[in-house]
Design a protein around this ligand. Structure first.
Ligand SMILES: *Cc1c(COP(=O)(O)O)cnc(C)c1O
Ligand SMILES: [Zn+2]
Length: 423
């Protein structure tokens, strides 16, 4: 039995039944899924959730899907206590929510795509697609392959090779478009209208975005049914940030967690930070930007839900901060060195921003902090390849190894532990 009541416009409250629409017919605002929380009470409980599968579908009662078709192994990623990083930052309760290992394409996008593809099948679509900065394309292509759907993914022409191959391998039609993500997105809106396909983040957007709540549900459940005081979230189109907050609010509404007033923070790259700018200027208007950053997966200059992301940050008492490309790369390396997690620039951005917020005192060092790591560094090798030491080749002789160690000991003063010889 589904608890979904229908779709409701976020702006004017206009209601329509569940269907493949996304823009309010009365005011052009975005539709959002509405649930019957009153009916959930006493039925959707900690126990009922804990009995569920170890995937994002353990929260199916709070998702707009009747019959999941993919994502049976997606979600339920680790919430890792990060004590070594905490020591470095001087804070005491630090966790990494780690979607760099999300199955099967290693990003947070498995969450939104599992819901959207399942919904596309429920609606009877045979063709799916997306406008993507890379990770969404990878995930849609994989889930479409699993569900046996025809798939078109549209991406900007200049993405990292790992992101392009990471789609091609699943044999969709990949279309590289000269322009920014915002150009890609505009074209996809026209494609959805003309061809009647399910473009997951366009005409299935109300369902797609709901999948992002599972990131927040998992944080709360994995903290032992508690909310963190501070959650730092990367912001691109502005989907995941408001949905983490919505997840926290839903758990509060259902009595599953106590309302400890969780604060949400937006992290963006300095080369594309329209949401952070709006937050810092106290403005309601998101001024579009032309992105220029290595953090391509979050380089959206005109974010569809940027306004809502900024609002949630303000509402919760959080803040927004940006990080330069240099800070992003340094944060990627720090996370790898201290916690064994290799993230992509989006994750580097989030960590770099968290470090600034902690250092400036905006986030108190003794409170509970969750850093959202949303993507995997293996896909964006370009950003670190020139940063790392090329390992020396030696003959298979112990004396050569001894010599190498001696040489390193001599010159590695001040170098991080574990670095072997330079070329
Ligand atoms: C898509 C994406 C995000 C966030 O995007 P939103 O549109 O704001 O939800 C963050 N990190 C990575 C790695 C992504 O691929
Ligand atoms: Zn409306």
């Amino acid at each position: 039995m589904s608890y979904v009541l229908g779709l409701k416009c976020k702006e004017c409250g206009h209601r329509v039944p569940v269907s493949a629409v996304h823009v309010c017919e009365a005011c052009f605002g975005p539709y959002e899924v509405e649930y019957d929380y009153a009916r959930m009470k006493g039925k959707v409980t900690r126990e009922s959730i804990e009995k569920g599968p170890k995937s994002l579908w353990r929260y199916k009662d709070l998702l707009p899907v009747d019959k999941p078709v993919t994502g049976f192994h997606s979600g339920f990623t680790p919430l890792k206590r990060a004590d070594r990083l905490a020591r470095e930052l001087g804070c005491s309760q630090l966790w990494i929510k780690d979607d760099s290992c999300n199955y099967p394409t290693y990003s947070y996008k498995e969450r939104v795509v599992s819901v959207a593809i399942s919904k596309a099948v429920e609606f009877g679509f045979d063709t799916v697609g997306c406008a993507s900065t890379g990770n969404l394309a990878n995930s849609v292509a994989s889930h479409a392959a699993q569900a046996g759907l025809r798939c078109f993914v549209m991406i900007p022409h200049d993405l990292e090779q790992g992101k392009v191959l990471g789609s091609l391998i699943f044999a969709p039609t990949v279309v590289r478009i000269r322009g920014t993500y915002d150009d890609v997105n505009r074209l996809c809106t026209e494609i959805a209208d003309k061809y009647g396909w399910a473009i997951v983040n366009v005409n299935l957007r109300p369902y797609y975005t709901e999948g992002a709540k599972t990131f927040g549900f998992e944080i709360a459940e994995q903290l032992g049914w508690k909310l963190p005081q501070h959650t730092i979230v990367p912001t691109a189109g502005g989907t995941i940030l408001p949905k983490i907050y919505k997840a926290y609010k839903e758990f509060i509404e259902l009595g599953l967690v106590e309302d400890t007033k969780p604060k949400i923070y937006s992290a963006q790259a300095a080369g594309c930070n329209p949401v952070v700018k709006a937050i810092q200027n106290g403005s309601d208007i998101i001024e579009p930007q032309k992105p220029n950053t290595i953090a391509k997966s979050i380089a959206i200059g005109n974010p569809a839900d940027g306004y809502y992301a900024a609002n949630v940050v303000r509402d919760s008492g959080g803040w927004g901060e940006s990080a330069t490309d240099r800070e992003i790369v340094d944060a990627i390396k720090l996370l790898a060195r201290l916690e064994g997690i290799w993230t992509e620039p989006a994750g580097g951005t989030t960590l770099a921003v968290a470090m600034k917020l902690i250092a400036s005192g905006r986030i108190p060092k003794n409170e509970s902090i969750v850093i959202s790591i949303t993507g995997n560094g293996l896909k964006t090798q370009e950003v670190v390849v020139d940063e790392l030491v090329t390992p020396r080749v030696i003959e298979a002789k112990l004396n050569e190894f001894d010599g190498l160690l001696e040489e390193n000991a001599a010159k590695a003063k001040g170098e991080p532990v574990g670095v072997l010889a330079e070329v």
